[in-house]
Design a binder for this molecule. Structure first.
Ligand code: SF4
Length: 337
C-alpha cells in the first residue's frame, strides 16, 4: 500500500516566556526530531506516558499547530518542508483539512451542550457549505448517525441525553461528515467505561474497513494498542524510542524503555510470570531533557556514552527502528544476520 502520510525530522518547540517583557528563556521540546510513515489503510499507534508529545504530534499533522522544523507530506502533497521553505497554500490547506479529522479523548467536553446532535454532526458540512439548507443538513446528520450505529431520530436531542459511548459515536459521526481519509484518534476510549471500550474499538475497526480510513491512534495504554494497531511507535520525551509492526514490537521489544513498559502490562496467561520492572525516577521535564539519550536517567543499562551522545534512530532489523546505542548488546542481536 502507498504511504498516506510521511513525516521527516518533525520538531515542535514551544517557547518558555518569563518576566514582564515575555522574554524567551528556553523551549519545551514537545516533539523532537520524529520520523515515520503511515500506509494507506493502516492503524498506526503512538504510545507513551502523558506529556511525551504524542498529542502534539497529532495536532501538528492536522496542521492545528505549525511545526518548528520538518517535513510533513499528506497524500503526495507537501504541507510543510522547513528545509526548502515550502508550505501548502491556504486554499489547498482548507481542502486538505477536510480529509484529516480528529476524534477527541473526552466525549463529554468535546460536544457543545447547547447544540443539538444534528447541529453538532453537520457543523463541518455547514461551514464548508456542503449542504444547501437546514433540511439537507438534518438528513445528512441522520445518515451519519446511522452509519455510527445510532438512530437517526437522535438529531433533535442534546449531548446530555446520551451515554459516554454514544457521545463518542456522535463525535465520530461529526468527524466523518466531511468524508476524511485520515483520522487522528486521541485516546478515544480512555474516558469510556471499561465495559464498552472493546465495543468502541470494534466499531472503529469496522468503520475503517468499510470506509477505507487510515488512523493515527494515540494512547497511553499498551494493551489497547496491541489489539488495535498494525504498527506501533513508542514515544519518550518528544522522540521515538522504538517503532515496529505491532507483533514484532510485542514479541521482541528492543528498547529498554519499551521493555520496561511491556513488563508492566498484565499477562493474559497467569502461568507466564514475568518480573515487573519498575522504572526508577520520574519522567524528566521536556523543558530540560537529559543530555545524550533522554532515557539515560532511568535506564538500567546506561553507560557513560549514553549521557553524552544522542542515539541515532535507526533500522536495526528489517522494519524495526530503535534509538539506543546498546540495542545490539542488550538484545544480543547478531549483526551478521
Ligand atoms: Fe539506555 Fe543508553 Fe540505550 Fe539510552 S542509549 S536506552 S541510556 S542503553
Amino acid at each position: 500500500a502507498e504511504h498516506l502520510l510521511e513525516v521527516e525530522g518533525l520538531k515542535k518547540y514551544f517557547p518558555i516566556k518569563e518576566g514582564v517583557f515575555s522574554k524567551t528563556v528556553g523551549h519545551v521540546k514537545a516533539v523532537d526530531h520524529v520520523s515515520f510513515k503511515i500506509k494507506q489503510g493502516e492503524i498506526f499507534g503512538l504510545v507513551g506516558e502523558s506529556g511525551c508529545g504524542k498529542t502534539t504530534v497529532g495536532r501538528t499533522l492536522l496542521s492545528l499547530l505549525e511545526p518548528t522544523e520538518g517535513l510533513v507530506k499528506f497524500d503526495q502533497q507537501i504541507l510543510y518542508n522547513t528545509e526548502t521553505g515550502e508550505r501548502i497554500n491556504k486554499n489547498d490547506l482548507r481542502k486538505l483539512r477536510k480529509e484529516m479529522q480528529i476524534i477527541f479523548q473526552d466525549p463529554y467536553a468535546s460536544l457543545d451542550p447547547r447544540m443539538n446532535v444534528g447541529m453538532i454532526v453537520s457543523e463541518g458540512l455547514r461551514k464548508h457549505k456542503l449542504v444547501k439548507n437546514k433540511k439537507e443538513a438534518i438528513e445528512k446528520s441522520k445518515e451519519l448517525l446511522e452509519l455510527c450505529g445510532l438512530e437517526g431520530s437522535n438529531v433533535r436531542k442534546y449531548p446530555h441525553e446520551f451515554s459516554g459511548g454514544q457521545r463518542q459515536r456522535i463525535g465520530v459521526a461529526r468527524a466523518l461528515a466531511l468524508e476524511p481519509k485520515f483520522l487522528v484518534a486521541d485516546e478515544p476510549i480512555a474516558a469510556l467505561d471499561v465495559s464498552i471500550q472493546a465495543q468502541m474499538l470494534k466499531f472503529m475497526t469496522d468503520l475503517k474497513d468499510r470506509l477505507g480510513l487510515t488512523y493515527l491512534f494515540i494512547s497511553h495504554d499498551l494493551s489497547v494498542v496491541r489489539y488495535f494497531c498494525d504498527r506501533v511507535a513508542v514515544m519518550y520525551l518528544g522522540s521515538f524510542a522504538e517503532q515496529a509492526p505491532t507483533k514484532k514490537l510485542f514479541k521482541k521489544p528492543l528498547h529498554p524503555y519499551t521493555q520496561s513498559l511491556l513488563s508492566a502490562v498484565p499477562k493474559s496467561d497467569p502461568a507466564v510470570k514475568k518480573k515487573r520492572e519498575i522504572l526508577k525516577g520520574d519522567v524528566p521535564s521536556p523543558a530540560d531533557p537529559p543530555s545524550g539519550c533522554k532515557f539515560h536517567t532511568r535506564c538500567k543499562y546506561a553507560e557513560d556514552k549514553c549521557k553524552i551522545k544522542i542515539p541515532v534512530y535507526r533500522e536495526i532489523e528489517p522494519d524495526h527502528f530503535v534509538s539506543c546505542h546498546l540495542a545490539e548488546k542488550i538484545n544480543q542481536i547478531n549483526n551478521h544476520l
